[in-house]
Write a protein that binds this ligand. Structure first.
Ligand code: GDP
Ligand code: MN
Length: 379
């Protein structure tokens, strides 16, 4: 789960990580009020859950009230990468001497929290990773020991010349690590961490993602959520026992098991189709689950045909087939549906589906993928 910069900065402030003073505003009037409170240069920043706001025109430096009004008028309501800006923050502007990148992320390769630091702060880190990967220092943090202050100091001595700056940055990093662990983050990033003209080190930006698997430990996070429509669907599906991720292809997929669901999407891609979603319905033959799953696929305007791929392990294919028939009896499905059943009692399952008019059966995954892509072409 992603949260906005202002929410992340509120957490930072709680942990004594220095941030600029700011006001959260939703209207031009509120921005004007905030400008008056500072009485000096401010920065108006769009609050949207995507990166690169600066480049998109969502961050404006304003040294007069007129400029603040102009910035607020253009930013509030602006579209950034498909998201509408509803909220901005007005910050006291900082005089920047240097910008550093600092990030903590869960890393599957090292099975630890990975610390990343780069002198190339202020630009998108993905860009640095592509063009100058050697400019990113990466240090896995031992989960048993945690981040030690000397580690933090060592890493900043590589990107800063002044010991006073290093001490401040190291202190911030130790606190950022504390945020990461205590708040169950999957990402905590300060880009840029700046040194201002008064030698003060400040987190100018803040990006925090929470680990969705830890949501149950933090009931208070729900109130921080600002989901897009697609994400709302995914959260709701999750509550219904389905693991659903919407994509933008044309072939709806319904699969039991996450690995098989990934393989199914690969297979569709291999034969020239595009998957409309990832959907793992788990191991059950419950018709209600199938109905719910089909609702997501049918409500997706891009979906032209559906591929149901079931492997019967403990769940028997004949049970699944009965569940599917029951589900399809209760629904009005107008698009082609291809089904592949494999595993325990597959033969019995297929026998049951043989007489269904709506369902096209297939024996192998390749055959199923080819059939569903062909069916989608003819819709
Ligand atoms: P992002 O583009 O979404 O990552 O937003 P950031 O908060 O990182 O801001 C982008 C850039 O705007 C920063 O790297 C700075 O160069 C600039 N910027 C943001 N706030 C200030 C400020 O208070 N003073 C100055 N001088 N520049 C700022
Ligand atoms: Mn940034």
């Amino acid at each position: 789960m992603k949260i906005h910069e202002y929410q992340a900065k509120e957490i930072f402030a709680e942990y004594q990580i220095p941030v600029q003073t700011f006001f959260v505003c939703k209207t031009v009037d509120e921005v004007v009020n905030a400008f008056d409170k500072f009485g000096g240069p401010v920065v108006v920043k769009a609050q949207v859950l995507v990166g690169g706001r600066g480049k998109a025109g969502g961050i404006k430096f304003c040294d007069s009230k007129e400029k603040a009004i102009e910035a607020a008028t253009s930013i509030i309501g602006m579209d950034i990468k498909g998201l509408t800006v509803e909220t901005v923050i007005v910050c006291s502007a900082v005089d920047i001497a240097d910008e550093i990148y600092v990030g903590l992320i869960t890393d599957r390769n090292t099975k630890s929290v990975l610390l990343m630091v780069s002198a190339e702060g202020g630009v998108e880190i993905e860009e640095v990773a592509k063009t100058n990967p050697e400019k990113i220092i990466k240090i896995p943090i031992d989960p048993q020991i945690g981040l030690l202050p000397h580690q933090a100091r060592n890493v900043f001595f590589k990107v800063m010349k002044n010991g006073n700056h290093v001490r401040q940055a190291a202190d911030i990093l130790v606190k950022l690590y504390k945020v990461f662990i205590e708040k169950d983050c999957s990402l905590a990033e300060i880009n840029p961490l700046v040194i201002d003209k008064n030698d003060k080190v400040i987190a100018l930006d803040a990006k925090v993602n929470f680990d969705d698997n830890a949501m149950f430990r933090h009931p208070d996070y729900e109130a921080l959520a600002d989901y897009t429509d697609d994400e709302k669907l995914e959260v709701e599906a999750n509550e219904r026992g389905l693991s659903y991720v919407k994509l933008d292809g044309e072939i709806g997929c319904m699969v039991n098991g996450a690995g098989l669901a990934m393989a199914t999407m690969d297979m569709i891609n291999l034969y020239g189709g595009t998957p409309a979603n990832f959907l793992d319905i788990g191991g059950s033959s419950n018709p209600q689950k199938v109905i719910h799953a089909m609702e997501y696929l049918m409500n997706d305007k891009n979906v032209k045909a559906v591929l149901i791929n079931i492997f019967g392990g403990i769940t028997r294919c004949d049970d699944v087939a009965r569940g599917l028939l029951e589900a399809f009896k209760q629904m009005d499905v107008k698009m082609p549906v291809v089904i592949r059943l494999s595993g325990t009692n597959a033969k019995e399952g297929k026998e049951l589906l043989k007489n269904s008019k709506e369902l096209i059966t297939a024996d192998t995954m390749a055959e199923a993928a080819k059939k569903v892509i062909e069916a989608a072409k003819n819709v």
